[in-house]
Design a protein around this ligand. Structure first.
Ligand SMILES: NC(=O)c1ccc[n+]([C@@H]2O[C@H](COP(=O)([O-])OP(=O)(O)OC[C@H]3O[C@@H](n4cnc5c(N)ncnc54)[C@H](OP(=O)(O)O)[C@@H]3O)[C@@H](O)[C@H]2O)c1
Length: 274
């Protein structure tokens, strides 16, 4: 596995494992629990020890499945992220959500707790104070945001007294390069890592033919998935969290690390999908 500092002194695998769709979507679905837990364990064995989940996923069931999968694992070797949903951003609700997530995960703290989406109807100041309280109470080591613009991320940071935001998790892939323009430079300026969600655009990258992609993948002996993930992690300060419960796909993710696209290849890919 390849590691990168997500914040000063904390190294995290550049590739993590997403869990949206595991254990249901908006409601719990237990039909594939055993297969899902096996897949998460396989991912951990492969080194995908950066796990991304949320209270929203499967209405908490994804967190339960992560909790089951990590039983017996050395907690120190895992980097677990969870997120608070946008209707729980008042102080009391947020602290309640935080504790409920810990209960479902079966851990005494997560590594990173994120505000899943902004909610203009709740004062950001109150939310960020509650996020800091989660750190003070030992529920999370670090805090961050998700789906925040550069401006809102700066505003959120401005409301923090002691802590710093360490990550902003946003949609970022070859097919959606918006964060490159404003957000990624702002993240770098603020020392915030960018965690790229939907890095495969839910499979669309695999299905969409692209001559430059296929030329580079062919020359490199890599698949479209591997090139698409490498394009992300080749960028300073960027992590990617693809999701899969398919053992073959998990193995394929591993071929995305241990090499780097050249700057010229990165540029050609960026242009080819823009
Ligand atoms: N913060 C947010 O608002 C937010 C929003 C969306 C997602 N996320 C996080 O980001 C993670 C990743 O995003 P995502 O799950 O939406 O999309 P994704 O990772 O871009 O794509 C996942 C989909 O691609 C398929 N897939 C994976 N590898 C494949 C391969 N080698 N060949 C063919 N198909 C493949 C998976 O199916 P199989 O399982 O069958 O392989 C799954 O259906 C989520 O799981 C979640 O943790 C966060």
């Amino acid at each position: 596995m390849e590691y990168r500092e997500i914040t000063k002194g904390v190294e995290v695998p550049v590739l993590g494992l997403g869990t949206w769709g595991m254990g249901g979507r908006e409601t719990p679905d237990k039909a594939r629990d055993s297969e899902t837990v096996t897949a998460i364990r396989m991912a951990l064995e492969l080194g995908l020890t950066h796990l991304d989940t949320a209270e929203y996923y499967g209405a908490g069931h994804a967190e339960e499945l992560v909790g089951e999968a990590i039983e017996g694992w050395d907690r120190e070797k895992l980097f677990i992220t969870s997120k608070v949903w946008h209707n729980h951003l008042r102080r009391e609700d947020l602290l309640h959500s935080m504790k409920a997530s810990l209960g479902r995960l079966g851990v005494d703290h997560v590594d990173l707790y994120l505000v899943h989406w902004p909610n203009p109807s709740v004062p950001l100041k109150e939310t960020m104070a509650a996020m800091e309280e989660c750190i003070r109470q030992g529920h999370t080591r670090f805090i961050g945001v998700s789906n925040f613009s550069a401006q809102l991320m700066e505003e959120a940071q401005g409301h923090l007294k002691d802590a710093r935001l360490i990550a902003n998790q946003v949609q970022y892939s070859l097919l959606d390069q918006k964060p490159r323009m404003e957000l990624l430079p702002a993240c770098r300026r603020m020392g915030v890592s960018l965690v790229a969600y939907r890095p495969l655009e839910r499979g669309a990258i695999i299905e969409t033919p692209n001559a430059v992609m296929d030329e580079i993948a062919g020359a490199r002996g890599k698949t479209r998935v591997q090139v698409a993930l490498n394009w992300l992690i080749s960028q300073e300060g960027v992590f990617a969290i693809p999701k899969s419960t398919n053992p073959v796909h998990l193995m394929e993710f591993m071929g995305a690390i241990g090499w780097r696209l050249t700057e010229e290849e990165q540029r050609r890919l960026s242009d080819a999908y823009r």
